[in-house]
Design a binder for this molecule. Sequence first.
Ligand code: NI
Length: 138
Amino acid sequence: MKTSRFGVSMDEDLLEKLDTHVRRKRYPNRSEAIRDLVRGALVEEEWGSSRGEVIGVLVIVYDHRQRELSSRLLNKEHVHTDRIITTLHLHLDHDNCLETKVIRGTPGEVRRISDELMTMKGVKFGRLIPATAGKRLR
Ligand code: NI
């Protein structure tokens, strides 16, 4: 694919923040960082506006001693067998478990299922990461 160059104007304050981002993430240069930022924005946009199936990766941290939480989480997986494709479970420490779940469905379905899980009592942290193969992304 042909590469084009273009000029970007931004105030110095924002440019300074970009350069800090470039250093912190150890990008070789600004261009590589900007390409990643653009791709990230496009993935989110494509994900949210998709009419077809998308993939979301849900990360939750919860206290396994919370009454019946483990079985309620497990129950959700059996209710949504066609949507929650896989789960990785990690016993973080004495009290806490971390789980990542890969959820497949329309953006609305993926959001609804992850909301159901994130809002359960005893779930301390939850974040849904929109992921896509990005057919239109290169
Ligand atoms: Ni555990």
